[in-house]
Design a protein around this ligand. Structure first.
Ligand SMILES: Cc1cc2nc3c(=O)[nH]c(=O)nc-3n(C[C@H](O)[C@H](O)[C@H](O)COP(=O)(O)OP(=O)(O)OC[C@H]3O[C@@H](n4cnc5c(N)ncnc54)[C@H](O)[C@@H]3O)c2cc1C
Length: 524
C-alpha cells in the first residue's frame, strides 16, 4: 500500500535523478509525481561529474553500456588545470589517492626526492593516462587495476560505501540523461505531469499544494523542490533565505557553447579541462562527438560581450556560427534545504561554480541523504535538522575547497587575479593555509565534514597551483627514502604498462557504441 505521496517540482537533472532514485529505493511504498514545465527551460549544462556518480547509476540499475552511448558519455579520469600558475603551465587533479609510505603520503616524499619537476606525473598514474588519452577499461570491460570495492554486477551502493578513490567519473550530455531518466522513471511507475506551476499553496505543514495551469492542484505528503535557481517552493513560497557565497566566490555568470568535435582525428580526452582566463576560467568537456565549452566569469570584471568573445577566441573557427547560451549563476545555498514538508534538491538547494564538477554531486548527496532521513507522518524535527546540517556542511566544505583554487593559484597578472589573494577567506581556511605551508593537508587539517574531497585533492591542488609555498617536513630528511624511491619507480612501471596495454578512450567508447551483437565491451 502507498504510504507516502511525493511530489517533485521540476524536471531538470535534479528532478529526474530524484524521481529515478526514490523509485529505485522505495519502490511501491511511495507514489512519485513529477511536474515539469515545457515553457521553462532546464539549465542545460552540467556535463562533468564526480567519481561518486557510479553509485547513482548502480543504485538505479543502469549499466554503462546501456546509458553511456545514449548520453554520448565519456570517461573522466580527472581535471586538467591549464594556465592557473602561469600561461602554458598545466597539471592534473586526478581521481587517485596516492600511496602512504612509512606514515607519510607520497607527496611529502616528493618534496624531498623530486624524481622529476612534475609532481602530478611523478605521484599519480592517472595523470599520465590522461596525457596518453587512455580508457580506464580494457576492451573486455575490465577496470585497468581492479579495486577491492569495484562494483560487482547488480550490487547497490551509496557514497558512504566509497572507501577507496574510484578512478573515474563521466562526462555526459545532461539533457540526454534527463530524457533517459525520465523514460526509466516513468516506465517504473513515476507519474509525469507536463504543466506550469502558477502558485504554491501554503499551510502549517509548509506546502499544501501546487496549483498548475491545466492540471488543477497537485497535492502530496512530501514536496521536492527541483525548480533550479528559482527555488520556487523553498525560497519563494516558504521564504527560506538564500545565503550568498559571492563575497568569497565572485564568479556569477557563464556563457556556454556546444562545439562539434572531430573525434576520429583528435581522439577523446579522458579529462575535463579548466583553463584560467582574465576574469575566470573556461571549461572544456569532451563528449562523444562534441565538446561542451563555457566561460565562468565574474560580472564585476567582464561584460557578457567580452566573455563571449573570449570563449569564441578560445574555441576557434568551428564555433563561429554557434549560438551562445548566457547564464546567470546563483552562488550559495538555501539556509536550510529542508523546511516543513519541502526538501530542495539541485540548484534550488545550493550551487557553487562548476570548477570541480560538484553540481550533480550535490544532487546525488541530497537524494541519498533524503532516503537516509526519510520522514514518516511526524516529520521528526531531529531528522530534518540533521539533514540540513549534513547538506549545508557538504556545500560549505566544497565552497572552501574552491576558494583554495583561487587563493593558491600563482596568477596575479590582473585585478581579477590579484583580488583572489586579497579577498576574505571562508571558515578556517586562512588558518589551514598557515599550517599547510609546513605540513601538507591531511585528514586532521582539511575541512572536517563530508564534502566528497579527500586530503590528496587538497595536496594535488596546492602543489599544482604553485602560489602558496610549501616546505618539506624536517623529519623526512632523517628517514630512509628507499621505500618512497621504490614507489616512484613502481608508478613509472605501471604507467608504462597501462599506456601500452589500455586502449585509447576513443577506441573503447567507439566500441561501446557498437551494437551488442558486434561484441561491445562488458560493463565494469
Ligand atoms: C554554468 C553552469 C555549469 C555547470 N556545470 C556543471 C558540471 O560540469 N557538472 C555538474 O555536476 N554540475 C554542473 N552544473 C550544475 C548542474 O547544471 C545542475 O546541478 C543540474 O543541471 C541540475 O539543475 P536543476 O535540475 O536543479 O535545475 P534546472 O535544470 O534549472 O531545472 C529546473 C526545472 O524546474 C522546472 N520549473 C521551473 N519553474 C517551474 C514552474 N513554475 N512550473 C513547472 N516547472 C518549473 C523547469 O521546467 C525545469 O524542468 C552547472 C551549472 C551551471 C549554471
Amino acid at each position: 500500500m502507498t504510504t507516502k505521496k511525493i511530489v517533485i517540482a521540476g524536471g531538470g537533472t535534479a528532478g529526474w535523478m530524484t524521481a529515478a532514485y526514490l523509485q529505485a529505493s522505495l519502490g511501491d511504498k511511495v507514489s512519485v509525481t513529477l511536474v515539469e514545465s515545457d515553457a521553462i527551460a532546464t539549465i542545460g549544462v552540467g556535463e562533468a561529474t564526480f567519481s561518486t556518480i557510479r553509485h547513482f547509476f548502480s543504485y538505479i540499475g543502469l549499466e554503462e553500456q546501456e546509458w553511456m552511448p545514449a548520453c554520448n558519455a565519456t570517461y573522466k579520469l580527472g581535471i586538467r588545470f591549464a594556465d592557473w600558475r602561469a600561461p602554458g603551465h598545466d597539471f592534473y587533479h586526478p581521481f587517485e589517492r596516492p600511496a602512504v609510505i612509512d606514515g607519510f603520503t607520497l607527496a611529502e616524499w616528493w618534496l624531498r626526492c623530486r624524481p622529476s619537476p612534475r609532481f602530478d606525473r611523478d605521484c599519480f598514474v592517472i595523470a599520465n593516462m590522461c596525457d596518453a588519452m587512455r580508457s580506464p577499461h580494457t576492451l573486455d570491460g575490465q577496470l585497468f587495476e581492479m579495486r577491492e570495492d569495484a562494483l560487482a554486477a547488480g550490487q547497490r551502493t551509496t557514497m558512504s560505501e566509497q572507501d577507496t578513490q574510484y578512478p573515474y567519473a563521466y562526462h555526459f550530455d545532461a539533457s540526454l540523461l534527463a530524457v533517459l531518466l525520465m523514460r526509466l522513471a516513468t516506465g517504473r511507475g513515476v507519474h509525469r505531469v507536463v504543466d506550469s506551476i502558477v502558485e504554491c499553496r501554503r499551510d502549517e505543514r509548509g506546502i499544501a499544494g501546487l496549483v498548475t495551469k491545466e492540471h488543477g492542484t497537485i497535492t502530496g505528503d512530501l514536496y521536492v523542490d527541483c525548480t533550479g535557481f528559482r527555488g520556487l517552493l523553498i525560497n519563494r513560497a516558504l521564504e527560506e533565505p538564500f545565503i550568498s557565497f559571492q563575497n568569497v566566490l565572485p564568479n556569477d555568470r557563464a556563457v556556454a557553447l556546444r562545439v562539434p568535435a572531430d573525434i576520429e582525428r583528435d581522439g577523446i580526452r579522458p579529462y575535463t579541462t579548466a583553463t584560467a582566463r582574465d576574469a575566470g576560467w573556461i571549461w572544456t568537456i569532451p563528449l562523444y562527438g562534441r565538446d561542451g565549452m563555457g566561460y565562468v566569469y565574474a560580472g564585476d570584471y567582464c561584460t557578457p560581450e567580452e566573455a563571449e568573445r573570449t570563449l569564441r577566441d578560445f574555441a576557434g573557427p568551428k564555433a563561429a556560427d554557434l549560438e551562445a547560451n548566457h547564464i546567470r549563476m546563483r552562488i550559495g545555498r538555501s539556509r536550510s534545504s529542508w523546511v516543513g514538508n519541502c526538501v530542495a534538491i539541485g540548484l534550488s538547494s545550493g550551487f557553487v561554480e562548476p570548477l570541480e564538477s560538484t553540481g550533480i554531486f550535490f544532487i546525488q548527496h541530497g537524494i541519498e541523504q533524503l532516503v537516509k532521513h526519510f520522514p514518516d507522518e511526524e516529520f521528526d524535527a531531529r531528522l530534518v535538522d540533521h539533514y540540513n546540517q549534513v547538506v549545508a556542511r557538504c556545500i560549505d566544505g566544497i565552497c572552501e575547497f574552491l576558494v583554495l583554487h583561487y587563493y593558491a593559484a600563482a596568477r596575479t597578472d590582473n585585478a581579477y587575479w590579484r583580488a583572489t589573494k586579497e579577498r576574505e577567506l571562508p571558515g578556517d581556511l586562512a588558518e589551514r593555509f598557515r599550517l599547510w605551508q609546513s605540513k601538507l593537508p591531511d585528514a586532521d587539517s582539511i575541512y572536517p565534514y563530508y564534502h566528497g574531497f579527500e586530503p590528496y585533492s587538497y595536496v594535488a591542488m596546492i602543489m599544482g597551483l604553485g602560489g602558496v609555498p610549501v616546505r618539506q617536513r624536517p623529519v623526512i630528511d632523517l628517514l630512509s627514502s628507499r621505500a618512497a624511491d621504490m614507489e616512484f619507480a613502481r608508478i613509472k612501471q605501471r604507467v608504462s604498462r597501462f599506456t601500452t596495454e589500455l586502449p585509447s578512450q576513443l577506441s573503447y567508447i567507439g566500441h561501446l557504441h557498437q551494437p551488442k551483437a558486434n561484441g561491445g565491451p562488458m560493463s565494469a
